[in-house]
Design a protein around this ligand. Structure first.
Ligand code: NAD
Length: 356
């Protein structure tokens, strides 16, 4: 019996979480859920979007399954997703994008794993709001030290990229490639423009790649990478990216495999692991039972594998595969079924029935 922290999240989070819980409970994985609120509800009940007891629970249990949490735009509310990753040093975000037969896609075969650096880059939170005394000080400094004239009406976000964080994530990508017998790592960057941040990323990545001669390696400008992904996704295997590009490119890759409803994810550190779908809280469909729970169900399968329960993980993945391969079984609206779309609960029912 393992205890795992469960954060249902908000928006569609509670709907996809309860569907996922049913599937995991149906494989007798022996998991006891330690359920905690985070996000908007937690502000109402505990005065903070990420109350300390939620972090304590993950620190105790070492693993968590998390639904999406809303980050309102333009408020003082900092992203709890970013805070969680930084607090627990979950430096590796791993987002497998595998096309299941039967899922509508423009492509026949896609099997890409996006490995995203999760702790720094423009997500570090070093931000200067337009018109503040802090930004005026920075403006003065930039003018004095670098003769750079920062526009009066600008806001500023700073992008740090370190050798140590780059080394950790690129080594993770190569180790993952070796363990999972993958053929190639593609490193995306924009070092031609951001010479001192992406420059560190590229140079460090190239240096690490020399230590893994048995895995293929290529470096590519991220804009070119986006073009090739949309055209020939079969040419890619593992893609390692800094935080912001990783966020964008993993959504692009989700679009190759049937959309965000099919894209699972995990956030891994040396001590803790948090499993969560790539998608957000989808306020446009929340509360209507329309959300596709498969991204979160596949994230839970990855959790089981992490806990050493390969049998449970494979059982869930094969059940999802069987449901998707059968044209008679229902699909949620995001997969654009020909007839009446299925509800979140109906998909969970179909997956539970397909478990062998
Ligand atoms: P989103 O992923 O919530 O939604 C984008 C689109 O995809 C929407 O049309 C939505 O309906 C659809 N979609 C997403 N998941 C789906 C699912 N499971 N089934 C069917 N359709 C699905 O992205 P957004 O609208 O940019 O973000 C909404 C909120 O979520 C924001 O506050 C954002 O900050 C937050 N967010 C949280 C996380 C997280 O908790 N890890 C990740 C991304 C975004």
């Amino acid at each position: 019996m393992a205890t795992v922290t469960l954060i249902p999240g908000d928006g569609i989070g509670p709907e996809v979480s309860s569907a996922t819980r049913r599937v995991v409970d149906a494989v007798d994985a022996g998991i006891e859920w330690d359920v905690h609120e985070a996000g908007v509800q937690a502000i109402e009940t505990h005065g903070s979007p990420l109350p300390p007891h939620v972090l304590d629970s993950i620190r105790t249990n070492k693993a968590a399954l998390k639904g999406p949490v809303t980050t309102p735009v333009g408020t003082g509310f900092r992203s709890i997703n970013v805070a969680l990753r930084q607090e627990l040093d979950l430096y590796a975000s791993v987002r497998p994008c595998k096309l299941f037969p039967g899922v509508p896609s423009r492509f026949d075969e896609v099997d890409i794993v996006v490995v995203r650096e999760n702790t720094e880059d423009l997500y570090e939170g070093i931000e200067f709001e337009q018109g503040t005394p802090e930004l005026n000080k920075l403006r003065g400094h930039l003018s004095y030290m670098h003769n750079y004239r920062l526009a009066r009406d600008a806001g500023v976000s700073i992008k740090p990229i370190s050798v140590s964080a780059t080394k950790a994530i690129v080594e993770y990508a190569f180790a993952y490639a070796k363990k999972n017998r993958r053929r190639k790592v593609t490193l995306g960057h924009k070092a031609n423009i951001m010479k001192f941040s992406d420059g560190v990323w590229l140079e460090t990545g190239q240096r690490i790649s020399d230590e893994y001669r048995d895995v293929g390696f290529e470096a590519m400008h991220v804009d070119e990478l986006a073009m090739w992904l949309a055209w020939h996704p079969e040419d890619f295997d593992i893609i390692v990216l800094p935080n912001l590009y990783g966020d964008i490119i993993s959504d692009l890759c989700a679009g190759l495999i049937g959309g965000l409803g099919m894209a699972p994810g995990m956030n891994l550190g040396k001590d803790y692991a948090v499993f969560e779908p790539t998608h957000g809280s989808a306020p446009d469909i929340a509360g209507q039972g329309l959300a596709n729970p498969i991204a979160m169900i596949l994230s839970a399968a990855a959790l089981l594998r992490h806990l050493g329960n390969d049998k449970g993980a494979v059982a869930i993945e094969e059940a999802v595969s069987r449901v998707m391969a059968d044209p008679q079984t229902p699909r949620t609206a995001d997969l654009k079924p020909p007839g009446e779309p299925a509800t979140t609960d109906e998909i969970a029912d179909a997956i539970v029935s397909a478990l062998t």
